[in-house]
Structures are given as structure tokens and as C-alpha cells.
Write a protein that binds this ligand. Structure first.
Ligand code: AMP
Length: 249
């Protein structure tokens, strides 16, 4: 278990509680990750979580967990999975309600790295309201950028572990044993939304809906833009350097 908390509360919502495995970090880091799908955000999230001992809160992971759960799903979640399967964004209201239900995860002393949320200005405004209500302050918004053709190359080679959700890349970060997760031995698969037809829809949706977030967060002074070209370690060092420059690491 590399994550400081197991994320049960985030993934399952409701009454579900996390079992923590490590002492709390000295300080809770609260950050948002932005970047087109396939840009390497997941890998950076993993490295950042290790460094800051914080939790990786991905809204996409909540939907995927719901999809593979045995229990009954409410109508809003069922509809949300339909959007996800088609590679479209889930309506703002549904995602905002889902995050609001998990507001305790935002307040957690492990801090958080929000990934995949907010994705629209409306979601960012809703998140700001949650911060105001809880007295929380965001440390930074890390915005990763990369040319479109490189994003496509990265995405189509991505493989995800069915069990622990760790991601690999067939060329740049292959697992030690083909088709098997290095961490837990789980089976690797290509996520439905990593298939070419879904990728195109997702990149377009990203441009249309998410790019305005950059302007939104630039105005708050929280936006840190990082060129995601290079090895995961290089990009990570750039990220830490940028955070340090702002007195945040
Ligand atoms: P991700 O793993 O972040 O790429 O998310 C996978 C899919 O979940 C997306 O393509 C959307 O269908 C849905 N999704 C996740 N987060 C959001 C969000 N904040 N707003 C709308 N849809 C989302």
C-alpha cells in the first residue's frame, strides 16, 4: 500500500471509512491537477502523493469503482456511467453532488490532490463554495501541458491495473511481466475510455470545457503551468521546483 490512506471513503462515498496506514503528514497539501487526458497526470499524482503523503482523489476513479461494484447503483450514477462509457463528460450537477457528498475527504488531514475535478468553470465555482463553507484553502493548481499528438501516443499505449488502478505504458513504462501489474500482480487492461474513438471525444470535450479553467485559476494566482514533456521524474522535478519557487514545497 503506497498511498497514505486507502481512499475507501472517496471511492465508495456514503458511510464508508478509510483505514489509514501511515502517520499524518506534517502539513496537509491541497492541490488540483489539470491537464488533458493522457498527459501523464496519473503518474505525477502518484509521485506527488508519495512526496506529500496526500490522497489522490480522482473523480474518474469514483465512476470506475461504481462501475465494477456489485451493489445497486442509484439512477444518477447509472446515468453518469452512460456518459463516461460514451467518452462524454458527466453533467456538472451530478459530479458536483458526488464531490459534495465526499466533502469530508477534502477536509481530511492527509490533504488531497484532486484529479479530474473541477473540469468546468461551473465545477470550479462549486468547489470554491465548498472551500468557503469549510474554511479550506487551496495551495496550488498544477496545470500540465503537452502537444496533442504526444497526448494521443501516450493514451493509446496506456494500460491500467484492474485491481489497484496503477497505470503503465506499453512503450515508455512497461510492466516487468507483460499484462501483469508490478505492484499487485493484477491484470492490466486498456480502459474503455482510452480507446481511440473515446480519446478523440475526450480531447475535444477537454478543449471545450476545461481550457477556460486555466483562465479561471490564473486570475486567482494559483495556476502553475508545467510542460509535461520528458520522463515522469523530470516532470516531477519541474513540478517540485515550481512549487518551491512559490514557497509551497
Ligand atoms: P478521468 O479518469 O478523469 O479521465 O475520467 C473518466 C471519465 O469520467 C470522463 O471521461 C468523464 O466521463 C467522467 N468524469 C470524471 N470526472 C469528471 C468531471 N469532473 N466532470 C465530468 N465528467 C467527469
Amino acid at each position: 500500500m503506497s498511498a497514505p490512506a486507502d481512499r475507501t471513503a472517496w471511492l465508495q462515498g456514503g458511510e464508508a471509512a478509510c483505514k489509514t496506514y501511515q502517520p499524518y503528514p506534517e502539513r496537509a497539501y491541497r492541490m488540483v491537477l489539470l491537464g488533458a487526458p493522457g498527459i501523464g497526470k496519473g503518474t505525477q499524482a502518484e509521485l506527488l502523493c508519495k512526496r506529500f503523503r496526500t490522497c489522490h482523489l480522482s473523480t474518474g476513479d469514483v465512476f470506475r469503482a461504481a462501475k465494477s461494484s456489485q451493489g445497486p447503483l442509484g439512477p444518477a450514477m447509472q446515468a453518469a456511467l452512460g456518459y463516461m462509457q460514451r467518452g462524454e463528460l458527466v453533467p456538472d450537477e451530478t459530479v458536483i453532488d458526488m464531490v459534495r457528498e465526499r466533502v469530508e475527504c477534502l477536509k481530511c488531514d492527509y490533504g488531497f490532490l484532486l484529479d479530474g475535478f473541477p473540469r468546468t468553470v461551473q465545477q470550479a465555482e462549486a468547489l470554491d463554495r465548498m472551500f468557503q463553507e469549510t474554511g479550506l484553502v487551496l495551495d496550488a493548481v498544477l496545470n500540465y501541458e503537452l502537444p496533442v499528438e504526444k497526448v494521443v501516443e501516450r493514451l493509446s499505449g496506456r494500460r491500467t491495473c484492474k485491481d489497484c488502478k496503477t497505470t503503465f505504458h506499453v512503450r515508455t513504462m512497461p510492466p516487468k511481466v507483460e499484462g501483469k501489474c508490478d505492484k499487485c500482480g493484477g491484470e492490466l487492461y486498456q480502459r474503455e475510455d482510452d480507446r481511440p474513438e473515446s480519446i478523440r471525444v475526450r480531447l475535444k470535450a477537454y478543449e471545450e470545457s476545461t481550457a477556460p479553467l486555466k483562465d479561471y485559476y490564473a486570475k486567482t494566482g494559483l495556476l502553475i503551468t508545467i510542460q509535461a514533456d520528458g520522463t515522469p521524474e523530470q516532470v516531477f522535478e519541474q513540478t517540485i521546483g515550481a512549487l518551491r519557487d512559490r514557497g509551497k514545497a
